[in-house]
Design a protein around this ligand. Structure first.
Ligand code: TYM
Length: 331
């Protein structure tokens, strides 16, 4: 049987380079060899209370950008989470075996609770349970994600295992976080700290044109330059090198590393090269975004097709789960 691959993205704004390199690019590489499910996590994005208009717009935008990045809806199952109500039902059922203590200890929950103390809602707390439902509803083996989702995947395995133990079945698989042939990655932001994020104002987006990408990269935070050979890199310079490492050729990376180690580096040159290599990656996607965005009929056809395929799989799982749990009809 073909391996099942699944991943998702929240509909909270445009896709950035981190989303693309950490997750989306991996799906694209895998879609012809595996049974792939890709979805837009619009339920998850409700934790931040978007307006109805913003929510709808973001879901459309993410769908367009997924397609532009190379996901083929004829080959894969590309759908919107809220089109599959069985996910919500499975989330409810899994919540019965998810415990307050373990949910409160999740790093992402603690971080969110710190960032938005005025809105620590139950959806945030049970976010990993909904994520587990997303994954196990299609019995996924591999989940291409960035490093930041590692703990959520660990929880998904735990909930799957717990369900199996509780009902003495070998029903759910234990999914693993995955990056095509490599370690999970974290793309840093351009501001010298943390990871690239949608809301951090430190990102390069697939929807950015060439001029914007150049401007953003040329403005990226660096330091005053190495003063001794082979000195330690500051966080901000290390960040630029880690993006270079992923988007540029080995020779380019070596060239700039040598320049750094011999104190001859000019950050302006490094940034120019980085900008060109990022543009090489993003420009073709950007062009397709414009084309697909104007084709509303195509977008609705893709969404309908994805919903039908995803539901067929999810309905079957929920019938089996209900039977296992003992939710049986009297009529
Ligand atoms: P989200 O929407 O924050 O991000 C989507 C994907 O992009 C990856 N990512 C990154 N990878 C590398 N470097 C970065 N700077 C970076 N920023 C984001 C994320 O790791 C993720 O793979 N909870 C998920 C959405 C989700 C999901 C799922 C994913 C819901 N259900 C089921 C997989 C399976 C999230 O918030 O991703």
């Amino acid at each position: 049987m073909r391996e099942i691959v699944l991943s998702g993205i929240r509909s909270t704004g445009n896709l950035h380079l981190g989303n693309y390199l950490g997750a989306v690019q991996n799906f694209v590489k895998m879609q012809h060899d595996s049974n792939c499910f890709f979805f837009i996590a619009d339920f998850h994005s409700l934790t931040t209370h978007p307006t109805p208009a913003d929510l709808h717009k973001s879901v459309r935008q993410v769908l367009v950008e997924y397609l532009a990045a190379g996901l083929d809806p004829e080959v894969s199952t590309l759908y919107i989470q809220s089109d599959v109500p069985e996910i919500a039902e499975l989330y409810l059922l899994l919540n019965m075996n998810a415990y307050l203590g373990e949910l409160e200890r999740t790093t992402s929950f603690k971080e969110k609770a710190r960032k938005q103390p005025e809105n620590v809602n139950a959806g945030l707390l049970t976010y990993p349970v909904l994520m587990a439902a997303d994954i196990v509803v299609h019995h996924a083996d591999k989940v291409p994600v960035g490093k930041d989702q590692e703990q959520n995947l660990e929880m998904a395995r735990k909930f799957a295992r717990r369900f199996n133990n509780m009902y003495s079945v070998d029903y759910f698989k234990e999914p693993v976080a995955y990056n095509f042939g490599k370690e999970l990655i974290k793309i840093p932001g351009l501001d010298g700290t943390g990871k690239m994020g949608k809301s951090e104002g430190n990102g390069i987006f697939l929807a950015d044109d060439e001029k914007t990408i150049r401007k953003k990269i040329m403005r990226a935070v660096t330091d005053s330059g190495p003063t001794e050979p082979n000195s330690q890199m500051s966080e901000s310079v290390k960040n630029l090198f880690s993006i270079l490492d992923i988007v540029s050729s080995k020779d380019t990376v070596e060239y700039f590393k040598e320049k750094y180690n011999s104190c001859e580096i000019r950050y302006g040159d490094l940034k120019k090269q980085l900008a060109e290599d990022v543009i090489k990656l993003i420009a073709p996607i950007n062009k397709r975004i414009q084309e697909i965005d104007s084709n509303t009929d195509y977008i609705s056809k893709v969404a309908r097709m994805g919903a039908e395929k995803a539901r067929a799989s999810a309905v079957k799982t929920l019938q089996e789960v209900r039977e296992i749990i003992g939710i049986r009809k009297f009529y």
